[in-house]
Design a binder for this molecule. Structure first.
Ligand code: GLA
Length: 757
């Protein structure tokens, strides 16, 4: 609900209030963002900053009111050259002298129900007139010739407020837009921990914490993709209590989050397109739309913040029929056979996958052109008939006949120099033709997808493939980052626009496929999780979280990712042991137990399975299918206790809880273990049983291997389970093995099924 009274705008979601005030100079003073206030309209004098005189050595906006010094005013936006020396949220150069002065003053507002649609192909959050409303405020600087419209949309059910800005050139001269952040959030004080999700390929989105102090913190990608390096989602958590704020961006390109503590100890947060890699020309009467940013507050801490973000993503970001559907269990050929397959081998894999209960067979890289390694053929999206003489339709038919969906890997944005496509259209490749060579990564180059002819080629090629081969699922990959931005597209005269235009083109192509094939399941991927963001989740039903398939290395990846994104969008993987990236050996049950939490995928040579492994995996798939509603859409919690990680996923009413218990290194003569389950409902009585994986205890010693795993089963009241916990039976730790002991070598795990009686 939005209340507008006495120049005060109170944007209230179910549990939060966001309040600003239009002051006598027409600036939007930010007053408060936090737990919902009942009647703040009576409290304006308390909420406003009371600057009774100017601070010496600071700059006042105007001689008419020396108390208004932008650098020390919490505000809805910051501009340049008028005394606000913090990082500006909007920056322009206007006129022949490229003036940077911008002085925006309030010129009106309109309220709306539902959402206001973008006019560009940017993706945005969706909401209905019943659960969504907003307000759009206009500010103008007639001298610079700039109009800025700030749009706030409220999503009551998940306590999210989104913000975006439309910047218009209302002058008669061209101008340059140098910064256009979507969000500015000024907070009082700086007693916060900044939590970012950083990493690299194979170790994406690990939670990184730092306590902020005076100065500037930047979380950014300049790569043209949201990146594995720094996810656009960030959190500020009070160091005193549970209060926390999240911001995120519905955008898949280079982004920048600035957290700046000014001289007076206030925190200035920006989120938006990375202005280091951006600059746009704005012709008279044209406008630039920023992506939509989200902000979210909770006074209950990080778990509540994550629950709300998950809800928002499921309800308002994801679209199409897969939005609420259970995600299928996949088999993926990549880590199983890489490029080494032909039709007969595929038939064998398909048969085996179907027998294991797999629901979608994904044919990964290597099916097209002459692609037998990664040096060629990207762009040649025709089946390699030497490998698959019957064509994709045969493979697809075989999958369908065996009751599985057929999935296909594509990397549409790329081209190999060694490809028919490149030979035919060398000018379609991104790069300055006057240079002899261009920067390369994984032997591949970008197509200039901002060109209409390239877009049309990609859309028609993919539509043709999907139709002809009856493809139900695509894995849309993107395995390098932008370089050599030179485009022959006559619409782009300033290459500072290129990265942004690239994302608009990507969205246009992906949307066109999703709209033509509404039932198509799109799994996005970028060397694992290098483009894991809200933009790629609009039409992407899931994202390949990481190429890291070592279960132990996966733990922090899923933990970090889940602080922002729901498990229903996180592709997980059971692959070969020892792991290709870490050389670590782990047992099949632990690989499965960690991969349980998310969208389950097997990428392992199932033809090499022993009968015991086949039986184990069949049983795993059945187990996952039985509980996947909870594992994909349930409430997720994580705890680390020394060398033990405990995850749980629960139904919203807490009547069923699945618990994962993973140990990293085993200690000799170790401590006793207590299993407490924070998600237990204190008023219930539960039955707790260990998932029977039917595997014998580890093959680690002659006296142990013949024993079965311990049979622990308890009936316990919810409050005992939550607070006192279950004292688990002894671990086998050096003094001989006895029946009932838990044998827990390095990297072993247990899954407990907890049900209300
Ligand atoms: C990327 C993906 C992998 C796989 C390969 C194929 O690395 O992340 O899952 O699809 O490409 O080349």
């Amino acid at each position: 609900m939005i209340t507008i009274k006495n120049n005060m705008f109170h944007l209230a979601t179910a549990n939060t209030s966001y309040i600003f005030f239009i002051n006598s100079l027409g600036l939007a003073e930010h007053l408060y963002y936090g737990k919902k206030l009942r009647n703040p309209e009576y409290d304006i004098p308390s909420l406003r900053e009371k600057h009774v005189g100017p601070r010496v050595n600071e700059t006042s906006l105007t001689p008419d009111d020396l108390t208004i010094q932008p650098v020390n005013l919490m505000s809805e936006f910051s501009t340049e050259d008028k005394g606000d020396y913090r990082t500006p949220s909007i920056a322009v150069s206007t006129g022949r002298k490229k003036l940077r002065t911008l002085d925006l003053r309030f010129s009106g507002y309109t309220s709306f129900t539902g959402i206001q649609r973008f006019s560009s192909p940017l993706f945005q959050a969706l909401g209905s007139d019943q659960n969504t409303c907003g307000v759009s405020l206009e500010f103008r600087d007639p001298v610079a010739g700039v109009k800025a419209t700030f749009l706030y949309t409220l999503f009551d059910d998940s306590d999210v407020i989104t913000r975006r800005v439309v910047i218009e050139n209302i002058s008669s001269e061209p101008m340059t837009l140098r910064s256009a952040y979507s969000l500015q959030l000024d907070l009082p004080g700086h007693d916060y921990e900044l939590i970012t999700f950083t990493g690299a390929q194979l170790r994406e989105r690990k939670e990184t914490r730092q306590t902020i102090t005076y100065g500037k913190y930047v979380n950014e990608s300049r790569r043209g993709a949201s990146s594995a390096e720094a996810n656009p989602g960030i959190i500020l958590k009070s160091i005193h209590d549970g209060q926390c704020y999240m911001t995120n961006l519905i955008y898949s390109g280079s982004h920048r989050e600035v957290v700046e503590v000014n001289q007076f100890g206030k925190t200035h947060v920006l989120s938006g397109i990375n202005d280091d890699t951006f600059e746009a020309d704005l012709a008279p009467n044209s406008a630039f739309e920023t992506p939509e940013a989200i902000m979210l507050y909770s006074h209950l801490g990080l778990d509540d913040l994550a629950d709300k973000s998950h809800r928002f993503i499921r309800e308002h970001i994801q679209r199409g029929p897969w939005k609420d559907r259970l995600r299928p269990v996949a088999f993926n050929t990549w880590e199983a056979v890489h490029f080494d397959f032909e039709e007969r081998k595929l038939s064998g894999l398909i048969k085996q996958a179907a027998e294991l209960g797999i629901e979608v067979f994904v044919l990964d890289d290597g099916w097209f052109g002459a692609r037998n390694d990664d040096t060629s053929s990207l762009g040649d999206w025709q089946v390699n008939t030497l490998k698959i003489p019957g064509g994709l339709a045969t493979v697809s038919k075989e999958c369908h006949r065996r009751g599985m969906m057929f999935g296909l890997w594509l990397e549409p944005e790329m081209v190999s120099l060694n490809s028919y496509l490149y030979r035919k259209h060398p000018d379609w490749m991104l790069g300055d033709p006057s240079r002899k060579s261009h920067a390369v990564s994984r032997n591949q180059y970008f197509l200039d997808i901002t060109r209409d002819d390239v877009q049309d080629y990609l859309i028609s090629t993919m539509k043709h493939l999907i139709q002809n081969a009856n493809v139900d699922y695509i894995k849309w990959d993107m395995n390098r980052h932008l370089s050599d931005m030179y485009s022959a597209n006559p619409e782009i005269m300033n290459m500072g626009e290129y990265q942004h235009r690239y994302i608009l083109a990507l969205y246009r192509i992906q949307k066109s496929l999703a709209v033509t094939f509404p039932n198509l399941f799109i799994e996005n991927c970028a060397s694992g999780g290098a483009r894991f963001d809200l933009g790629m989740l609009c039409y992407g039903s899931a994202i390949w979280t990481s190429d890291c398939s070592d279960p132990i290395e996966r733990i922090p990846i899923i933990e970090g990712t889940s602080m922002l994104y729901p498990l229903s969008v996180c592709g997980t993987s059971v692959s070969t042991s020892p792991n290709y990236a870490t050389f670590r050996s782990t047992d099949l049950e632990t690989r499965f137990a960690v991969a349980l939490f998310g969208v389950l995928n097997y990428s392992i040579d199932i033809m090499k399975f022993s009968d015991r492994e086949k039986a184990a995996v069949k049983d795993q798939v059945e187990f996952y299918r039985q509980y996947r509603q909870i594992l994909q859409f349930g409430i997720f919690r994580k705890e680390v206790r020394g060398n033990i990680t405990v995850w749980s996923a629960a139904t919203p009413d807490r009547s069923v809880i699945l618990v994962l218990y993973v140990q990293t290194l085993m200690r000799s003569n170790c401590e006793d273990d207590i299993l407490t389950v924070s998600q237990a409902d204190e008023n219930f009585v539960y039955r707790v049983v260990r998932r029977d994986d039917r595997a014998p205890v580890w093959d680690i010693g002659s006296d142990v291997s013949k024993f079965k795993k311990e049979e622990e089963s308890y009936e316990v009241t919810g409050d005992t389970l939550k607070w006192a916990g279950i004292k688990l039976s002894d671990k086998c730790s050096g003094s001989g093995y006895r029946n009932g002991m838990r044998v827990m070598p390095d990297f072993s795990s247990r899954v407990y099924i907890i049900k209300k009686i």
